[in-house]
Design a protein around this ligand. Structure first.
Ligand code: DQA
Length: 141
């Protein structure tokens, strides 16, 4: 089963970006972990990252049109984008929202998500392990 693992803005900076919050591992490390996890679980993982909101919207439309499950870390757009929320509303297969950090322990503007209302489940604060748990939930579901 093809599963899209979609990552939003600034996540290409993992490893360099605020390591005290996001850790020292890179996006390439995360992609490798997701690919290996997908292999173990029998999922065909397609891992992507973009800094362009329209590109993320098009990937979500692709998932909606093809009935693909999605693991989504929309990063800052989680908290700002009605358009990302509207695209998530069109998904029919499971959607797992993931955040590396525990957004609820951080600034109040990170406490609201336009994605959560459309998500099957939400995983925050578990770092890279959150993506493993999300893929596991998709494989089990
Ligand atoms: C994040 C949390 C967001 O608030 C932030 O804007 C990010 C990353 C996380 O994975 O913890 O860029 O989604």
């Amino acid at each position: 089963m093809k599963t899209l693992v979609l990552n939003g803005p600034n996540l290409n900076r993992l490893g360099k970006r605020e390591p005290e919050i996001y850790g020292s591992q890179t996006l390439a490390d995360l992609a490798e972990l997701c690919a290996a996890t997908g292999k173990d679980l029998g999922l065909d993982v397609d891992f992507r990252q973009t800094n362009h909101e329209g590109e993320l919207l098009e990937w979500l439309h692709e998932a909606a049109d093809n009935g693909h499950p999605v693991v989504l870390n929309a990063a800052a757009w989680t908290h700002t984008s009605v358009a990302v929320g509207d695209a998530c509303a069109q998904l029919t297969a499971p959607l797992i929202e993931v955040h590396l950090s525990n957004v609820h322990k951080r600034e109040p503007f990170r406490h609201h998500s336009y994605v959560s209302a459309h998500a099957t489940g939400v995983i925050v604060g578990l770092g890279f392990q959150g993506y493993v748990a999300a893929l596991d939930a998709i494989a089990a579901g």
